[in-house]
Write a protein that binds this ligand. Structure first.
Ligand code: PEP
Ligand code: MG
Length: 601
């Protein structure tokens, strides 16, 4: 390969340093409470496909070597390609390999990522992508279209290196990493993060999340809440305006992000952060206290979990059980490979055993809409109205049966309840129950144990279901109201779309009527009714739900103690008459004021 540099040098690189930026504030949608103060880490969509982890000090040089070896391997690969070029190959082909070889040996690719590994402790793949993102952004600013197009070449070279890296053995990273404050204070800024990708961050050292898009009750937001990390979504241009390593404050309660704050603002937020930490400590004292209203009514507080490991937080918060195990998270982020019956059984059993006899409500696969099984598959025109949840399961009976058998097998190890999502039709209920019987029969034939009295419940999350409750209470052992979808479908508001997020209103009279009707129909039929949507964890709505007669709340473990505190301070005798008035009201202002007044009682 010729040695001379045939393409002009790319613009100078900016890592870690840069001119101080002016402070600016962005307003979006609050999704997860608390205040986070840290450095921005910009995440490009492609970066989500590679592993992100921090390398301990003692392994840094080995990680540097891993990247150097991958770079050398790609160099050899290009050399081989060059040598094997047929004599009659078009000249552009040779030039193309030349450009890639030059890019590869440029210090911006061959050295800068090594510095990132050493300075930020990123693993090799992450360091390389961080540098490529930085370079790509610089190329976007170039006016010359020819030069701007070289960005694609850089990305192709990076892809070659990544391919080699992904095939090479990553370093074993064990236990807690001893990373300094700077590393541990990173806030992810991205255009969007899928729920499955969000879940990948659970053990990482990120302290907050900001995304350009997303709604308050998108599953990405729900996972952020379950991680109990401050987050704000629907921030519009955040990933364009905020720069790598900028200082950022997330006010997760207000949905506000402040970039490059002044020292004074920083100080004010640190004080608020400390006050919140003190308040949380105080709440911890309620862990063992039963949730009983002032006038003596006991309320059941359950936990929503995504993975069996979340049961630790549920037990820690003193939950009475699991009211919603979103089993689809076991199916997501696996390149569409469905977990086997045995794999699922192990996971369900893990959760059941961890809850030590407390009930575990396992919701059958609720795949689809913003939780696609395969990220690359987006064929439905309206995924939220498409083949999701029970519709998918009834269309894929083998997948459904295998999940049902796995859940039933876990029922031999503790109290399990089965919850079916997105039901609207009587035949869907009947078919689901028939398949549960079929799964039981298969287990019986195989001599496998399960709890014969396992209860089956329905999610009430489609208005049609809330308007045909006799059909449900006749067939089901319990109901659980999925307010997230119930609001979405009642108001025709996509819960993921930030452009209509302002219309997503839990206090819309139609929504309140449907919830109240469901609670009362369940009680009349003598079956339990829970709310497992996000409304159950919102302390501003605790008294309203109590007043509607709700006695079972299911929420993220992190919200449980605040809700318990509200219950302990509530008097049903005062709340009920006020709630009846709210349910008769039709004017939004009247409802909002009355709900606010409930909190003052
Ligand atoms: C709901 O819709 O309220 C619910 C609990 O289910 P999900 O948020 O997973 O759709
Ligand atoms: Mg739902």
């Amino acid at each position: 390969m010729p040695d001379d540099r045939s393409s002009p040098p790319p613009p100078p690189l900016r890592i870690l340093t840069g001119p101080p930026m002016a402070s600016f504030t962005l307003h979006g949608i609050p999704v997860s409470r608390g205040i986070a103060i840290g450095r921005a880490h910009l995440l490009a969509p492609a970066a989500l496909d590679v592993k992100h982890y921090l390398i301990p000090e003692e392994h840094l040089e080995a990680e540097v070597l891993r990247l150097q070896e991958a770079l050398a391997a790609v160099h050899r690969e290009l050399q081989t390609l060059w040598n094997e070029l047929p004599k009659d190959a078009p000249t552009e082909l040779g030039a193309f390999i030349d450009v890639h070889a030059l890019i590869l040996s440029d210090p911006l690719i061959s050295e800068a990522p090594l510095d990132i590994i050493r300075a930020r402790h990123y693993n090799a793949e992450w360091a390389l992508l961080t540098q490529i993102d930085e370079l790509s952004a610089q190329f976007d600013e170039i006016e010359d279209p020819y030069l701007r197009e070289r960005k694609a070449d850089i990305q192709q070279v990076a892809e070659r290196v990544l391919k080699v890296l992904m095939g090479s053995e990553p370093l074993p990273v064990q236990g807690e990493l001893d990373i300094d404050d700077f590393q541990a204070q990173m806030i992810v800024v991205a255009h969007d993060i899928s729920p499955a990708d969000m879940l990948k961050f659970r053990d990482r050292s990120f302290i907050g999340f900001i995304t350009d898009v997303g709604g308050q009750n998108s599953h990405t937001a729900i996972v952020a809440r379950s991680l109990d990390i401050p987050a704000a979504v629907g921030m519009s241009q955040a990933s364009m305006l905020i720069e790598q390593d900028d200082w950022v404050i997330i006010d997760g309660d207000a949905g506000v992000v402040i970039a490059n704050p002044s020292v004074l603002v920083l100080q004010q937020y640190r004080e608020r952060q400390l006050a919140q930490q003190r308040a949380r400590k105080k709440l911890n004292k309620l862990k063992k206290t039963a949730a009983v209203t002032r006038d003596g009514t006991t309320i059941t507080l359950l936990a929503n979990i995504e993975l069996p490991e979340d049961t630790a937080a549920a037990m820690e918060a003193g939950a009475n059980g699991v009211g919603l195990f979103r089993s689809e998270f076991l199916f997501m982020g696996r390149d569409a490979r469905i977990p086997s019956e045995d794999e699922q059984f192990e996971q369900y059993k893990k959760a059941v055993v961890a809850m030590k006899g407390r009930p575990v409500t396992i919701r059958t696969l609720d795949i689809g809409a913003d939780k696609p099984l395969d990220q690359t598959e987006h064929t439905a025109l309206n995924p939220a109205l498409g083949l999701r949840a029970i519709r998918y399961c009834l269309a894929e009976p083998q997948i459904f049966l295998s999940q049902l058998r796995a859940i039933l097998r876990a029922s031999a190890f503790g109290k399990v309840r089965i919850l079916i999502p997105m039901l609207a039709h009587a035949f869907e209920i009947d078919q689901s129950l028939a398949m549960i019987e079929q799964a039981k029969g298969q287990l019986r034939d195989a001599g496998v144990k399960y709890d014969q009295g396992v209860e089956v419940g329905a999610m009430i999350e489609i208005p049609a279901a809330a308007l045909s409750l006799p059909m449900f209470v006749k067939r089901m052992n319990f109901l659980s109201i999925g307010t997230n979808d119930l609001i979405q479908y009642t108001l025709a508001i996509d819960r993921v779309d930030y452009e209509v997020a302002h219309l997503y209103n839990p206090l819309h009279p139609a929504v309140l009527q449907l919830i109240a009707m469901t609670i009362s129909a369940g009680h009349k039929a003598g079956i339990d009714v829970a709310v497992c949507g996000e409304m159950a964890g919102d302390v501003k709505l605790t008294r309203l739900l109590l007043g509607m007669g709700l006695r079972e709340f299911s929420m993220h473990p992190a919200q449980l103690l605040s809700v318990k505190q509200e219950i302990l301070n509530s008097d049903l005798g005062l709340i009920m008459p006020q709630t009846r008035k709210i349910l008769r009201a039709m004017e939004p202002d009247v409802i909002a004021d009355a709900v606010h007044a409930l909190q003052q009682l």
